[in-house]
Design a protein around this ligand. Structure first.
Ligand code: HEM
Length: 449
């Protein structure tokens, strides 16, 4: 038995069929051969895309010469109204300055400080779920709520029940429903100069979200000025000057960053956690092991997290099979030569964690769920060179360390209290929206232990 994988399309399709498939979903629009290919070229009348699926080429783009491969504007477009000049979208010197200010907030020592807030969110999730035991629940909704709670508690020291937090959460959900296929633009044969108009609702929604976040940020600035601010991630980021210029973020810039922390930090973790719960229902023997291991959490302190070894292996394996960010796109700024092929300036370079994590020429039994693989030779070597759920190099996810604490902690806390069971006829089908989601949700029966 292998966990759900989208059915790939036939090798040969017309451009028209390809576009139709694409509108449906990014993953099933790709042919089977990409799981074996080192590189694939897509030609459109206006530009070329290259999916690179070979570790050393991925390494060149992400780690060796990242400045030569900035983020593609084709992708950024869809997020601009909401995220403005956030670290997720900027390039060059602006991006470097933003990372210098943000990175210290996510360093190891600081993560320890966020632990009580994360634990609070995990326990609140257990309390909410208690009312639903014995029923079939939709897990993506539950994990989205929990991950949003984690972000609000760690960033602003408020739970998701807070009035402003709850409104931000609701409006983000709407925003995502209207921006279903973000990566589309990199593959769509449309010329760059065609303005991609955002619908009126999308713009209004983005404006509302930004107004709410501006309120949170301004209130925090006042507390900082009075010396009464809580010691959380928002305070840390707002009071850290750029070591090179001595300047802090102004309110507008901070609003951009909060928007991305919220979006990048809760959508991704929610997706990963929902798929992990499904895998646990599919492999009950692993679920039992994790539940037993979760007794370590009795201690309720940060050190307990390091004891969740199996939970981490399981979460890591879920991130391999269902990487929340399935593809990333960069752009060439000078002529390149990859695998004997000339790649012109202005080409789109697609890095696909989805395909690299299942590259058949690298991984043993790539489509199987096997959390023990991380202690095998093949697993260790692939983890080094073919595993990029958080990307790699200087532009690696800021929240990677944070997510690797949050994920196992939430997972173990839930499994300590509940058992999750599959529901007949409800096998989830992975599709790529903003993150890898299930086409019709992830439905599981939840039983109290
Ligand atoms: C399982 C959870 C997560 C996954 C799989 C994930 C994955 C990623 C990936 C693949 C990127 C790179 C995207 C690209 O270059 O196109 C990224 C960037 C980013 N992530 Fe995460 N992320 C997760 C959680 C978080 C959390 C919890 C936060 C913050 C609290 C966060 C904040 C960011 C930010 C700010 C960036 C932009 C970094 C930059 O461009 O310099 N992420 N994430």
């Amino acid at each position: 038995m292998i966990p759900p994988k989208p059915t790939p399309r036939p090798d040969k399709v017309t451009l028209w069929q390809y576009l139709k498939l694409f509108r449906k979903d990014l993953l099933s629009a790709q042919p089977q051969r990409l799981y074996r290919a080192w590189m694939a070229e897509f030609r459109t009348p206006f530009f070329r895309s290259y999916l690179v699926n070979q570790p050393d080429v991925v390494d060149t783009v992400l780690k060796q010469r990242p400045d030569d491969f900035p983020k593609s504007n084709r992708i950024s477009e869809g997020l601009r109204p909401l995220l403005g000049n956030s670290v997720f979208l900027t390039n060059g010197e602006t991006w470097k300055r933003q990372r210098r200010i943000i990175d210290p907030a996510f360093e190891g020592g600081r993560l320890r400080d966020t632990f009580p807030a994360m634990l609070g969110a995990a326990q609140a999730c257990v309390d909410r779920l208690r009312d639903q035991t014995g029923t079939v629940v939709e897990c993506e909704e539950i994990t989205s709520h929990a991950a949003a709670d984690v972000i609000f508690r760690t960033l602003f020291s408020v739970p998701i029940e807070d009035e402003v937090a709850a409104q931000v959460f609701d409006k983000f959900q709407d925003y995502q429903r209207q921006q279903p296929l973000l990566n589309l633009a990199a593959f769509m044969p449309i010329p760059r100069r065609v303005p991609r108009l955002h619908s009126r609702t999308t713009r209004r929604n983005a404006k509302d979200i930004r107004a709410l976040i501006t309120r949170l940020t301004s209130e925090r600035a006042e507390l900082i000025a009075k010396g009464q601010a809580p010691d959380d991630l928002a305070t840390k980021i707002m009071t850290t000057p750029d070591p090179e210029t001595g300047r802090c973020f102004d309110t507008r810039e901070m609003v951009d960053q909060v928007a991305i922390f919220f979006l990048a930090g809760h959508e991704t973790s929610a997706s990963a956690l929902a798929w992990t719960l499904y895998l646990m229902a599919l492999y009950p023997e692993w679920q039992e092991k994790l539940s037993a291991e979760a007794q370590a959490l009795d201690a309720s302190d940060f050190a307990a997290v390091s004891k969740l070894r199996l939970s981490r292996d399981v979460f890591r394996e879920a991130l391999r099979l269902y990487p929340p960010v399935p593809m990333m796109v960069r752009e060439t700024t000078c002529p390149e030569h990859f695998r004997g092929r000339d790649v012109p300036t202005g080409s789109q370079i697609v890095l696909s964690p989805w395909h690299l994590h299942r590259q058949e020429r690298l991984w043993n039994r790539p489509d199987e769920f096997d959390p023990t693989r991380w202690s095998t030779e093949n697993g260790k070597s692939c983890q080094r060179k073919a595993y990029i759920p958080f990307s790699a190099g200087p532009r690696v996810c800021t929240g990677a360390g944070f997510a690797m604490i949050e994920g196992p902690l939430l997972l173990s806390t839930l499994l300590r209290h509940f058992r999750f069971e599959v529901v007949e006829g409800r096998t989830p089908v992975p599709v790529a929206h903003l993150t890898v989601r299930s086409k019709d949700g992830i439905w599981l029966r939840v039983v109290e232990r």
